[in-house]
Design a protein around this ligand. Structure first.
Ligand SMILES: CC(C)[C@H](C(=O)O)[C@@H](O)C(=O)O
Ligand code: SF4
Length: 419
């Protein structure tokens, strides 16, 4: 019986010829990422001193301050200060701040390497799977163990296969694929499993678009989301001077826990209704719902193609007077490109407020907090109660195009009418 790509990546990390789902292994970590919110300040700084005060390999540790940056109050400023100083004290040269959400920075800085094992103190570390990198979120205590040993104790997960055939219609995007997939299995449907995505529809997506899908694998409970690295991935890595790594691919006779097939030809824009990510319906079922805020950003859908799609709809049009449209490019380099290519001007002319590249509004930490009774449509990945502000605010999750269309009309709108 063959192995899945997840099993092969773990076998390599465990220096074993093969592994089987259910087996426990000690796996060598290739990249350990900490963000500011669950990084050194939580557990690690205090206890690493008691564990020899040594990091196993400083070159494999990345610290990215993104949730609190730029600081919105003194507490956040002190967390950033602590994280910055800790990185300096422990000689972590790969420290980034103010460049945007960690998962976009990891990709742009070349840490998402095919065939490698990445752990991060953020649940959306699964994003790296778009590069064929096994990325998974871990807690600060587990991270402490990784920092001193370079290893993590892993139970080899089973893999679920999601094959997307066909071609996305105009106005339908990668975000609609992952929302539809999560609708199929529910928010716990992939708990402790790997979601492997394949099929011509996935292969036709750009790497940027694929990242929106693997980013949200954790919203179905998945350990990680994975896609076979192909020439698009290798071209991306080459363009940033990153190594090709050790690309792994599932064997034709690999064993999957479950297999699902979908046809993208018939997929229509999807939307997740408050307050659960798996409460997904066709957008036509939610049309007309009033919204007060539209948010375009985050490690899910704040990338350059996302801004371009929104700009296509907003060009020459105005945001509804009762709506605030907030735009936060997912990284500084995306922001710079969007400025150079006139995208920011189009969005701003339409009435958008352009925010810093940051986690910020995505989880209600700063900028764009919702008041009681307000409703937002957002290109992000979570819509739990209180996620973006008041616990009596509501959040709809959708594609950047759906966010733009709703911003114009002041209500949930099928974006296809504008395309
Ligand atoms: C703050 C962090 C722990 C959390 C995560 O792990 O996903 C955050 O990034 C989120 O999106 O909810
Ligand atoms: S989901 Fe939101 S808060 Fe979490 S890492 Fe991504 S941008 Fe930041």
């Amino acid at each position: 019986m063959g192995m899945t790509m997840a099993e092969k990546i773990i076998a390599r990390a465990a220096n074993k010829r093969e592994v089987k789902p259910g087996e426990f292994v000690w796996a060598n970590v290739d990249t350990a990422m900490m963000d500011d919110l669950l990084g050194p300040r939580v557990v690690i700084a205090e206890h690493i001193k008691r564990l020899g005060n040594q990091i196993w390999d400083k070159e494999k540790v990345v610290i990215i301050s993104d949730h609190y940056s730029p600081a919105a109050n003194i507490t956040q400023a002190e967390i950033l200060q602590f994280t910055r100083n800790w990185a300096k004290e422990y000689g972590i040269s790969k420290y980034y701040e103010g460049l945007g959400p960690c998962h976009q920075v990891l990709a742009e800085k070349g840490f998402d390497i095919p065939g490698t094992l990445m752990v991060g103190t953020d649940s959306h570390t699964t994003t790296a799977g778009a590069f064929g990198c096994f990325g998974t979120g871990i807690g600060s205590t587990e991270m402490l163990g990784v920092l001193v040993s370079g290893q993590i104790w892993l139970r080899v997960p089973e893999t679920m296969l999601f094959v997307w055939h066909g071609k996305l219609q105009k106005g339908v995007y990668a975000k609609d694929i992952i929302l539809r997939t999560i609708k199929e299995i529910g928010q716990a449907g992939a708990t402790y499993k790997v979601m492997e995505f394949a099929g011509s529809c996935i292969e036709n997506l750009s790497v940027d678009e694929r990242m929106a899908i693997t980013n949200m694998a954790v919203e179905a409970g998945a350990k990680t989301g994975l896609m076979a690295p192909d020439n698009k991935v290798f071209a991306y890595l080459e363009s940033i001077g990153a190594p090709k790594g050790t690309p792994m691919y599932s064997d034709p006779d690999a064993e999957y826990a479950q297999k699902f097939e979908f046809n993208a030809d018939t997929l229509v824009p999807q939307i997740a209704l408050p307050h659960e990510v798996d409460k997904v319906v066709d957008i036509t079922e939610a049309e007309g719902e009033v919204i007060h805020q539209a948010y375009l950003g985050s490690c899910t859908n704040g990338r350059y193609p996302d801004l371009v799609e929104a700009a296509k709809i907003l060009k020459g049009r105005k945001v509804h007077p009762d709506v605030r449209l907030l735009v936060s490019p997912a990284s500084r380099s995306i922001y710079h490109r969007a400025v150079r290519e006139g995208i920011i001007e189009i969005l701003s002319d339409a009435g958008a407020m352009i925010l810093a590249p940051s986690c910020g509004a995505c989880l209600g930490l700063h900028s764009g907090i919702l008041a009681r009774g307000e409703r937002a449509i957002s290109s992000t990945n979570r819509n739990f109660v209180g996620r973006m502000g008041h616990k009596e605010a509501e959040i709809f999750l959708a594609s950047p195009a759906s966010v733009a269309a709703a911003a114009i009309e002041g209500k949930i709108t099928d974006p296809r009418k504008y395309l």
